[in-house]
Structure formats: C-alpha cells, structure tokens
Design a binder for this molecule. Structure first.
Ligand code: ASP
Ligand code: MG
Length: 414
C-alpha cells in the first residue's frame, strides 16, 4: 500500500446524508475534533445537507416555469449555497467544542475551474490559503462541489462531485489519504441487496474500483480517476459505524487483490440499438455513431459482426434514458445505409472484474458456464483486460449475479 503523502495531512469528505441534520453535524464535529486532537491536520469537505441540492433545483424550476430552463450561471451560484450552508454549520459546530476551524467556499479555498457551468472541471488549486489556515491550527472545512470559473463566476462540478473536490484537494495538498465517509460502510464484492452473500472488501485497486463504481458506495468515477492519476489512497467508510471500510489504492496487491476476480459489477440501466444489414465498408461505425456523439449520448458496449453477404450487423448499448434519442439519431443520419434499426430495452450489464484475470485463461468459460447453469441467456458479450461483461435480460440479474458470486467463490474470505 502506498503512504507517500505529507505526513499528518488528511482530507475527509462527508456526504449529504451524513450531514442532513443538526444532530448529525454535531456528531461529526465531535469526531473531527477528536481526530484533530490526535495530531492529524484535517481538511474536511462537505456535501449539501440531505436532499437540499434537489430542493434548490426544484425551486429554480418553479420560478422559471416548465418551458424555460434556469440560467446556468445563476443555477451554479444557487446550488453552491447548499454546500455553503453545510460547511459554515460544520465550522460552527466545531467551534462549539472549543476547536478552532474555518469554513471556505470553493473560491476561498483556491479551487479554479474552467467556465463550463454545471459540469466544470478543476484546472488548478492554489493551496496557499488552506495551508495558512492549517498552520494557524484550524480545521479547514471546504464547501464541496464548487469552484471559481475562469470568467470570475462560481461554478459547480456536476452532481455528486464533492468526492471530486475531496480527492482533488488531497492531490493538491499531497495528503496522506482521502477519507470518504458515507452511509454505506465500504465497497462490496457485489450489490448486497441482490446477492445476500456479498462481502465487504478491505481493499481494491483503482482500475477495479473504476469498473465497480456503480456499486456499493456509489463513488463518483471521476474522483477515482483523479485518485489514480495522483496516486491518492482513498478510504471509503461509514460515517457513524466504527467498522473497517475499504481502501482504494494503487500499491502492491496484498492478499485480497491477488484474487483473479474481485467483484461483480451490475448496471441495470441498459438499452441496446441493433442496426441490421449495414453496408460493409470503411467508415460505417463512425457514420452511425457520430450523430450520437453530437447529441451527447455515450455509447458503451459495441459489437459488430463479420460480414458474409456484404452486409453486417452493428449493435451497441446506451443508457436506458437515451435509447429513443439514440434510435432516432441512427435513423436520421444519411451517410450509412442499413436494412433496419431496432431498440431493445430492459437489459442489464453483469460483469466480472479483477486485475488478476489478465494473466489467466478460463475466466470467460467459467462465467458463461455459470450463467448457463442458472438458465441465463446472454445477449451480448464484451471484454476489457480486467473485465468480462455480459448483457442479459434485466429480470435475470439476481440469478446471474448469485451464480457468478458462487462460481468465483467471492464469499470466501481467504
Ligand atoms: N450536493 C451536490 C449534489 O447533490 C454535490 C454532492 O453531493 O456531492 O450533487
Ligand atoms: Mg448530494
């Protein structure tokens, strides 16, 4: 495991459900004070209280009426207030326990972003102010999810992006690690609501975590990418239960990471578009997919058959919400001829994930045999170096996930 950061500097992040009431904020303040008195220099990022970001969005829509979208600039400043509320309250709660603390907005914390309202990217962090506050013995509370755009206006980083704020701060400050506190107590081998035998992992590698990001502690994938790039170890743990969490890191694999298959990722939000009888010539894949890219639709699994009679079938998946728009975009484009394009919904992606798979044969056949044994029909198959994914009918997810969990013995702790 890596522990290369500046000794004693730790960034923590508390999610919206953890700071949803005054009592919870007080309870967290108590933990922060204890931790700070044990010698750690703490920077604490908070999300907005409970559902307050959703409430602010609803308010914005209520004042503009259904036909007009609120201004993105005003929206960002509005939404940033959610985190200002929680960060200032947290600082006050800490003061009441006789510990010095200061809250900083994203701007005050030196977080500079590009000017893309609603999904701004962090460009740089000027850590001067934070360091001065730490040096003065204060716990520094930073409002998550926001920054100062290059045009001088407040920006927000996208829904759920307080994780990104926390990891970016940890990277900029060379912190020892980033601790994400949430209402689940770690990352599981798979979704425990679907597989009762799912087991909490004590550690997981960045790459595997990226593949699994849709699971358990729903960590923002962008924050994991950032952690991987800067080598920030990230602990995901429960805010209020004092149990071991999961450490996401890029160090030497220890016991658990030596397993070939680490977990089973499940994504139930999948639809497919099958384009049949596509003329077979250079440029068809780009021709079909370009209009989707232009419409901002991300395409996931792509499968193309070899052609026998001069035509081929080209099938891809998109998020369920995008499937109608994707189908229309394919039908509207003029550059590629095809016989028919149809949509298939109610699908899901079930993947086995593990860095150990890249060196060994046989994982795919074990997977397919297990699914067959559970009577699950596979619609599409795709692989990466550390993942094998099957697209199956959504109703088959419980049987598929349980069969795979058993086949790869993921309940075993040794
Ligand atoms: N409050 C923001 C949201 O709800 C950011 C976050 O929670 O991370 O999306
Ligand atoms: Mg939130």
């Amino acid at each position: 495991m890596s522990a290369t950061g500046t000794s004693g500097v730790v960034v923590q992040k508390y999610g919206g459900s953890s700071v949803s009431t005054a009592e919870k904020i007080r309870a967290i303040a108590r933990k922060i004070v204890d931790r700070s008195q044990s010698g750690d220099r703490l920077i604490v990022t908070v999300s907005a209280m409970g559902d307050s970001t959703d409430d602010l969005i609803a308010l914005a829509n209520a004042v503009t009426g259904p036909d007009i979208s609120p201004s993105l600039r005003e929206m960002d400043t509005l939404l940033s207030t959610g985190e200002l509320v929680s960060s200032t309250l947290m600082a006050m709660a800490i003061h009441s326990l006789d510990q010095d603390a200061v809250s900083l907005s994203g701007q005050q914390a030196g977080i500079h972003t590009n000017a893309i309202h609603g999904s701004a990217r962090i460009a740089s962090i000027d850590t001067g102010r934070i360091m001065r506050e730490l040096d003065a013995g204060r716990v520094v509370i930073v409002a998550g999810f926001q920054g100062l755009g290059e045009t001088g206006d407040v920006t927000t980083l996208g829904r759920g992006a307080s994780d990104t704020t926390a990891v970016a701060l940890a990277a900029a400050l060379s912190a020892e690690r980033c601790e994400i506190y949430t209402d689940v107590d770690g990352i599981y081998t798979t979704d425990p609501r679907i597989v009762p035998g799912a087991r909490k992992l004590l550690e997981i590698g960045y790459e595997e975590m990226l593949e699994m990001a849709s699971l358990g502690a729903k960590m923002n994938p962008r924050s994991i990418e950032l952690a991987a790039v800067y080598g920030v170890p990230v602990l995901v743990a429960s805010t209020f239960d004092d149990v071991a969490g999961t450490l996401i890191h890029g160090g030497e694999p220890t016991m658990e990471l030596r397993r070939a298959v680490t977990g089973i990722a499940i994504d139930k939000n999948v639809a497919k578009i099958a384009v049949r009888g596509v003329e077979d010539r250079p440029g068809v894949a780009g021709g079909i997919l370009q209009p989707l890219a232009d419409a901002g639709i991300s395409v996931d699994v792509i499968v193309q058959n070899t052609s026998d009679d001069g035509t081929t079938d080209f099938t891809f998946t998109v998020g369920e919400a995008d499937s109608q728009r994707a189908l229309e975009a394919v039908k509207r484009q003029q550059s590629v001829r095809f016989r028919e394009a149809v949509e298939g919904s109610d699908l899901a992606k079930v993947s086995i994930v593990g860095t150990g798979m890249q060196n060994g044969p046989g994982y795919a056949s074990t997977m397919f045999t297990a699914l067959a044994g559970a009577g699950v029909n596979i619609d599409m198959i795709t692989t990466s170096e550390i993942r094998i994914t099957c697209i199956v009918h959504r109703d088959d997810v419980p049987s598929a996930a349980n069969a795979l969990h058993d086949a790869f013995e993921l309940d075993r702790t040794d």
